[in-house]
Design a protein around this ligand. Sequence first.
Ligand code: F6P
Length: 359
Amino acid sequence: MNIKRVGILTSGGDCQSLNAAMRGVAKSLYNNIEGIEIYGIQEGYKGLIYNNMIKMKESDFSGILTLGGTILGTSRQPFKKMNIPDENGLDKVSAMKENYKKNKLDCLVVLGGNGSHKTANLLSEQGLNVVTLPKTIDNDLWGTDMTFGFQSAVDLATHAIDCIHTTAASHGRIFIVEVMGHKTGWMTLSAGIAGGADVILIPEIPYDINNVIAAVKKRYKQKKKFSIIAVAEGAISKEDSLLSKKELKRKRASSSSPSVSYELAQQLTEATGQEVRITVPGHTQRGGAPDSFDRVLSTRLGAAAARLIMNGDFGKMVAVKGTSIRAVPLSEVAGKLKLVPSDCEIVLQAKEVGICFGD
Ligand code: F6P
């Protein structure tokens, strides 16, 4: 197939090396295809639905290797709403197909996470030539060992824990650091280990508060007067894990705690009598420049995605498998979440060094 025109978009929550990845795709295409045109679709799928795209210049992709965020902008367009017409009755999927055709695109490149991959797969099933790259700080995308953005975010979360360590030690306090990740605990697990947390709580391993209290008290007895608890946004108690989705939603809506960390803080204060403080690094974890690992990974994934396009090998996501980059069919990726297995090596090794998971 003769590729002349490629559309590219970034979708869902941003992360540090989206620009680096787009640069990888663009540089490879400009280098290998004479006269190639790249169209930058604005604000994710929204730009494809409402035909908001601009012809990029080769120079637009220069000087962005270290730039955080995305030069195209992004937005969350939930997959479950894709088949619901917008407020003016516009059929979003048909609009995306029409705009792809109207702009004479030969391929659509999507940089996205879980939800974005469901939509990418849908568009591929509807006949569009789609190639995707795995983006998310959460590292929870099925089919790839690693997503870009993850390592940079882990570095920032680790830095937050490092900073907390010194002040926690000075005051002999319990510190809870809430790390991003509503559904999965990859970030908390890595940052927790890297930052020397004493307790790590993740959604995949429901915790018993008594075990967390016991871990903190044990440290206190050993004259270690401070404790660091790394908690994922989506960490859940054993008790709550038994509730249905609806019951849990209701319980959380009626709770005065803004997040699981506040609930834990109250329980720990009551049980230990120690002072507890909470730190939420929040969106700082997604901000700033990508680290060197992500710059390399994104460049490699970008080049591999461009190669798929040049080979006309569509309907695939470029993925990390061990130390190699491979292509995985979108149908295998879409709709599946890569969870932390509760008995995986990294969890077992963390337990060997005495980290408590509350289970
Ligand atoms: O999907 C990435 C992520 O940063 C999650 O870790 C976090 O729970 C969520 O996005 C936050 O979403 P938003 O930026 O829409 O507040």
